[in-house]
Write a new protein. Structure first.
Length: 137
C-alpha cells in the first residue's frame, strides 16, 4: 500500500449498519451547520472505494460544506457480507445499506440538508435511487 493510500485510510470513520461496519470519509468545514450547509455525497463504482475521490474531495473542502464518501458494503474498508452471492450484493440490498447509513450514521435529512450527489459507475445507479427515495422520507 502506498503512503498516500495509507494516509487516506487513516482519515476513515466507521459506523455499524445492519450489523456490519461501513467505512467512510467525512470532511466538514467548521462553518457547516446542518440545515444551512451543503452536503456533497461521493458514491464510487464497482469494485473501487472512497479512495477514488481522494483528489476530488480535497479541493472542495471549506465554504460551509460537508463532504461524505462511504465505502459501499463489501468494498474498500467496509465489511464484506458473509453471503457472497449475487442476491446478497443486489442493487436493493446496497440501496438499503446506503439508506441506513445516511439516516443512522451521518444524520442526512433530505428535508433539511441540501445534498449534492457526485456519482460514478455503480454509485450512479445508487445515487439516482437515493435521489428518488429521499423524496419519500
Amino acid at each position: 500500500m502506498s503512503d498516500a493510500a495509507a494516509a487516506f485510510r487513516e482519515t476513515k470513520s466507521f459506523c455499524t449498519v445492519r450489523g456490519y461496519q461501513m467505512a467512510y470519509v467525512e470532511m466538514k468545514d467548521d462553518n457547516f451547520e446542518s440545515g444551512n450547509g451543503e452536503t456533497l455525497v461521493f458514491l464510487h463504482g464497482n469494485p473501487t472505494s472512497s479512495y477514488l475521490w481522494r483528489n476530488v474531495m480535497d479541493p472542495l473542502k471549506g465554504n460551509g460544506r460537508r463532504l461524505i464518501a462511504p465505502d459501499l458494503i463489501g468494498m474498500g474498508d467496509s465489511d464484506k457480507l458473509e453471503d457472497s452471492s449475487d442476491e446478497a450484493y443486489s442493487f436493493l440490498n446496497h440501496a438499503d445499506f446506503l439508506d441506513s447509513f445516511f439516516k443512522n450514521c451521518i444524520g442526512l435529512d433530505g428535508e433539511q440538508d441540501k445534498v449534492v450527489l457526485v456519482i460514478h459507475d455503480w454509485g450512479s445507479a445508487l445515487g439516482f435511487w437515493f435521489a428518488y427515495r429521499i423524496l419519500t422520507w
